[in-house]
Design a binder for this molecule. Structure first.
Ligand code: SF4
Ligand code: SF4
Length: 331
């Protein structure tokens, strides 16, 4: 065992992570990212060896957001193992979780900016209607994002808000995503609401191992997470194909029926939610009995409302428009 491997072993021991659990997680990461397990192990071992100097600097900005994306990551149910990867980050600025505040926090931000080369993570949308909807330290958030993006080595928009505007896009502020503000930049959109912790950890790992962003689709989302539609992998799909739609929430006989008539947007939405699921693989919207609300789609939230319907009219309308080619693939 070389020195870097023994440091990795030590890091596992300190966290109380068994080698078996660790290798299981690395295997899952391999499937998740398409990277080889040996490349992941090598990268983690090298980072453990380098310590502080090997850490990837991160500047995390919050705009028009609810902090749900930060909570999604912080509340990941598998923190000991995921922390091995998150420990490879040096969070230079994150206004929600950093101990510093006020001028001290602003100094930390300026210091990170001076050095450059950081991973810029943006949570929350940017007001398009008027800068005054989101000002930080007396400055428009829009300016701060532009300034931070100029020196970033990579930009990741976490959640629907930072990717495409999300819920704030439907407010008077007309929230927009980072890519709309910076069309010339490559922005990795991790667009569920909130961001899926696996999507963010997997993207970070990809950057650590390859130094590159994952392959993106036409909406800037990693193909590996946003490929097939929710509908394609839904366990209620056979009921859809048999036209057996849930009509009455209170009828136990219908409990597994397709939720299309209740407003499920799954046929119109691409995400690996049915396979990856949420809360450490425990469950996800459709298996809880709630239709997909389309949070990963560029048209969320405005074109996905009402989220629930009694007759499926919204799902039908959206689907018919999509089938007729009236909804462009790229928004
Ligand atoms: S994407 Fe969802 S969870 Fe994340 S900041 Fe926006 S509203 Fe909150
Ligand atoms: S519940 Fe939604 S995603 Fe699942 S089969 Fe029905 S329409 Fe498709």
């Amino acid at each position: 065992m070389d020195e870097s491997q023994s440091k990795l072993e030590k890091a596992l021991e300190i966290r109380g992570i068994s080698r078996r659990d660790f290798l299981k997680y690395v295997g899952m990461l391999g499937v998740m990212t398409g990277l080889s397990e040996s490349a992941i192990l090598k990268s983690l071992a090298q980072a453990a060896e380098k310590g502080g100097s090997g850490k990837l600097p991160v500047v995390w900005l919050n705009g028009q957001d609810c902090t749900g994306c930060t909570i999604s990551l912080a509340g990941s149910l598998n923190p000991p193992v995921a922390s091995l990867i998150l420990d490879k980050l040096s969070i230079r600025y994150h206004e929600t979780i950093m101990a510093a505040s006020g001028e001290v926090a602003e100094e930390a931000y300026k210091e990170a900016l001076k050095k450059g080369g950081y991973l810029l993570v943006v949570e929350g949308s940017i007001p398009e209607a008027d800068d005054r909807f989101c000002m930080i330290g007396g400055r428009p958030f829009k300016e701060i994002v532009k300034e931070a993006a100029a020196k970033a080595s990579m930009i990741v928009a976490v959640g629907a808000c930072a990717s495409f505007g999300g819920i704030p896009a439907s407010t008077p502020s007309r929230g927009m995503g980072v890519k709309k503000l910076l069309p010339e930049k490559t922005v990795v959109n991790l667009s569920t609401c909130p961001v899926h912790p696996d999507h963010l950890v997997g993207t970070i790992l990809q950057v650590l191992v390859t130094g590159k962003a994952p392959e993106l689709d036409e909406n800037g989302r990693p193909k590996i997470y946003f490929g097939p539609s929710v509908h394609d992998n839904c366990r209620r799909r056979s009921y859809f194909d048999a036209s057996m739609f849930l009509k009455d929430w209170n009828d136990p006989a219908q409990k597994d029926y397709c939720l299309f008539e209740k407003g499920c947007k799954g046929p119109n939405v691409n995400s690996d939610c049915p396979i990856r699921r949420w809360n450490d693989g425990l469950n996800f919207c459709i298996d809880c009995g709630a239709g997909c609300q389309g949070c990963s789609d560029p048209t969320f939230y405005s074109k996905m409302t009402p989220l629930y319907t009694s007759e499926g009219e919204v799902s039908r309308k959206i689907w018919a428009r999509k089938q007729a080619g009236l909804i462009p693939a790229k928004v």
